[in-house]
Design a protein around this ligand. Structure first.
Ligand code: 4G0
Length: 222
């Protein structure tokens, strides 16, 4: 999979995507990730990327010309162009799975009060939000999408790592888990887990997952 990112803050991407599983995927050639600075597609001395909204109001908008030039330069026939903004549809695991089936993503991150509407109408295939909160810019949301999608690419996770998806695909939150020692500062691991009684363990985990889901995410309970 190829992912291009268009951003005003390319330096933010150094670090998070150079670690661990994402870096391993890049080195293995499973993810070809390139970060592009939107200012590279400006032509004026001040490298202007934003302007004030017609009709007035607070904040600045990303102006269309650099975005059109950049996106037209970076996209191909098969590219999915995705804007990151609080007005997008909510990013979730099912969308990560859908994006993992694409060959080329172009993630476009804004800041200020967003994009000139003509970018959305003409260039964007999709608009995603990682949640109902506002950030200073879309770099972190783009990194969240890249991470969630990359770990789903075939060959990126080992068998041990992939089983971590199970709790989500069951539609429930994860059940409580413990590792050694069996007693820590007086806190004991639940007896059933050390019993070796597999049916009992399964029943306990299912019950705990339901209790936790009801408490933290009642919206997930049907
Ligand atoms: C576009 C995404 C981009 C519009 C981006 C802000 C949160 C998210 C930005 C705005 C972002 C998210 C209208 C404030 C940049 N913040 N929830 N900030 N407006 O995915």
């Amino acid at each position: 999979m190829k992912i291009d990112v268009l951003t005003l803050f390319p330096a933010m991407f150094a670090g998070p995507l150079d670690e661990s599983i994402i870096q391993r995927a890049r080195k293995a050639g499973l993810l070809d990730l390139k970060i592009h600075n939107l200012r590279d597609w400006t032509h004026d001395r001040h490298k202007t990327v934003d302007d004030r909204p017609f009709g007035g109001g607070p904040g600045m908008l990303l102006k269309p010309e650099p975005l059109f030039e950049a996106i037209e330069a970076l996209r191909r026939e098969t590219t999915k162009v995705i804007l990151l903004s609080p007005s997008g549809r909510r990013f979730e695991q099912a969308i990560a799975r859908e994006l993992a089936g694409q060959t080329h993503l172009l993630l476009v991150t804004g800041h200020y009060e967003g994009f000139d509407e003509r970018v959305r109408e003409t260039l964007a295939d999709d608009e995603l939000s990682i949640g109902d909160f506002v950030l200073t810019n879309g770099a972190l949301p783009a990194m969240v999408v890249i991470d969630a999608v990359t770990r789903l690419l075939p060959g990126v996770l080992g068998d041990d790592e992939s089983s971590l998806d199970e709790s989500f695909s069951q539609g429930l939150l994860e059940y409580p888990q413990y590792t050694r020692p069996a007693e820590f500062r007086g806190m004991k691991v639940p007896e059933v887990l050390v019993s070796g009684h597999h049916a009992g363990i399964e029943r306990w985990r299912r019950e705990q997952a339901k209790l936790r889901t009801k408490k933290n995410r009642p919206d997930l309970m049907k």
